[in-house]
Design a protein around this ligand. Structure first.
Ligand SMILES: NC(=O)c1ccc[n+]([C@@H]2O[C@H](COP(=O)([O-])OP(=O)(O)OC[C@H]3O[C@@H](n4cnc5c(N)ncnc54)[C@H](O)[C@@H]3O)[C@@H](O)[C@H]2O)c1
Length: 446
């Protein structure tokens, strides 16, 4: 049976033929026009559009061959704002839905963007795959390691294209810097350091208040066990509660540890340890605001991530970055699309930066035109079966490094890891964090 994906592939192949007034390969003009609502555009439902999802929806709408068909959110104000912005870009209104599962039922949707809070990421991605949709999934791809493993199986079982939203994988000068490392420009890399710093204020002590009329609190919680609504969680602050969020380490650490893992060509570590805590304020924030995660890979390679959510003092002049330390020199990648190479005497021997200004502290949309490269790599995966720059196996491996770091932080000891699969060795208490609690009825089922 011919599928929608076949059609999109044929359309991509036949685009040149069409432009000469011909028809799609293997199809008569009549059969082409007979396909109900036939569109060679990739039709996308944007799910979770308050901030990052709104920026992505606008960015997707700006790309050739893409249309935002649905805007979905449990906040009616976020829907209105995003739908309005998308309408201005694409010239017609997307449909809107509070419950994204209705959009998943629609034959007019080929793919989804998931930019909800983290506790929803993997469950929503699995639902989308089961409905036959491809997925652009914001980082971290999962809330806990078990969910990442389920996603890998889901991609195979349902044969879907799933790209994680660690967009730097598609930035050209970052790619070039990574290639330079692989080519041996700084020799054998033994150590990598990643960091993120910010001046985030206190989130205070929340009060139980009636759920605002614009929010469906039940659906916002979705897979997470139910609690009463408080006034300091929605939006954004959920990041700092273990029930929904995954800490700064997965929020911003995922991006940078992924670059280290990529450049150092590593998969799973042999040992992990973490120190830190909520040090700066006494408030409801549960996850660390200060954290150092150390990861060892056998006897000759290690990496570290330093997160300071409440002291924005920069490192190497940047609030975010990675440094690779080799036996012939060092290579720096900060928040921008570029890199700088130092010799062993600290002299800059090469630097390469794109002219685009990037603000890593712009939470929503630090680099729109660069992010479009990652989006188009996702489209190529759908249309041409192209290799994804951040497929789910790679996305899971990088996400896992920070997840096991958080597990070490929570059990307050270092953990031995099986380098064959990333699993924690002989520590039942730590393994309790491998999975998570779900609201009954919301468990992920392959
Ligand atoms: N790749 C990047 O550079 C980047 C940048 C920022 C954020 N992010 C990621 O994007 C995600 C969203 O972050 P944010 O800062 O926009 O958070 P946010 O809290 O501002 O927005 C989340 C949105 O999801 C909505 N939502 C919750 N449950 C939903 C459901 N069941 N269906 C539809 N919508 C639902 C919320 O109402 C809200 O509008 C996070 O996972 C974050 O890690 C990635």
């Amino acid at each position: 049976m011919s599928t929608r994906r076949d059609f999109l592939k044929k359309a991509a192949l036949g685009a040149s033929a069409l432009s000469f007034g011909s028809v799609l390969e293997g199809m008569s003009a009549k059969s082409y026009s007979n396909i109900k609502g036939a569109s060679d555009k990739i039709r996308v439902a944007a799910i979770g559009v308050n901030s990052r999802g709104g920026a992505l929806a606008a960015n997707f709408a700006k790309q050739q061959g893409c249309e935002i068909a649905y805007v979905c959110d449990v906040d009616s104000r976020a829907i209105a704002k995003c739908a309005d912005a998308v309408t201005k870009i694409q010239g017609h209104k997307p449909k809107t839905e509070k419950d994204f599962r209705k959009a998943l039922e629609s034959k007019d949707v080929d793919a989804v963007i998931i930019a909800t809070p983290d506790h929803w990421h993997a469950p929503a991605a699995l639902m989308a795959m089961q409905a036959g949709k491809d997925v652009y999934l914001e980082k971290p791809c999962s809330y806990c390691p078990e969910e990442g493993e389920i996603l890998i199986q889901g991609v195979e079982k349902y044969n879907r294209v799933v790209q994680m939203g660690n967009q730097r994988r598609s930035w050209p000068n970052v790619q070039e810097g990574i290639q330079a490392i692989k080519d041996g420009v700084i020799g054998n890399v033994h150590f990598g350091k990643a960091w993120y710093t910010n001046n985030r204020p206190s989130i205070g002590i929340g009060k139980e208040v009636p759920v605002p009329e614009w929010l469906d609190w039940n659906l916002w919680q979705g897979p997470a066990p139910r609690v009463a609504y408080k006034d300091n969680v929605v939006h954004y602050n959920w990041h700092w509660f273990w029930r929904w969020g995954t800490s700064e380490s997965l929020n911003n650490g995922t991006h940078m540890i992924d670059i280290l893992r990529w450049g150092m060509e590593l998969d799973y570590p042999t040992r992990v340890s973490s120190t830190g805590g909520r040090y700066f304020f006494k408030d409801d924030w549960e996850t660390p605001d200060t954290q150092v995660i150390d990861l060892e890979f056998g006897n000759s390679k290690s990496m570290t991530w330093e997160g300071r959510s409440c002291n924005g003092r920069t490192i190497e002049g940047s609030s975010v970055g990675v440094m690779f330390y080799g036996d012939k020199g060092s290579l720096l990648i900060t928040g921008s699309d570029g890199y700088r190479i130092f010799d062993m005497d600290n002299k800059v021997v090469k630097q390469q930066y794109s002219k685009l200004e990037i603000d890593p502290r712009n939470l929503m949309n630090p680099a729109e035109s660069l992010d479009a490269l990652h989006i188009n790599n996702f489209f190529d995966g759908i249309r041409k079966g192209a290799k994804l720059n951040s497929d789910i196996v790679s996305g899971h491996k990088s996400t896992l490094l920070m997840q096991i770091g958080n597990i070490s932080q929570r059990v307050k000891r270092s953990l031995d890891i099986d380098s064959a699969n990333g699993r924690i060795i002989q520590d039942q208490e730590a393994m309790k964090y491998w999975g998570r609690d779900y609201e009954p009825g919301w468990e992920m089922k392959l």
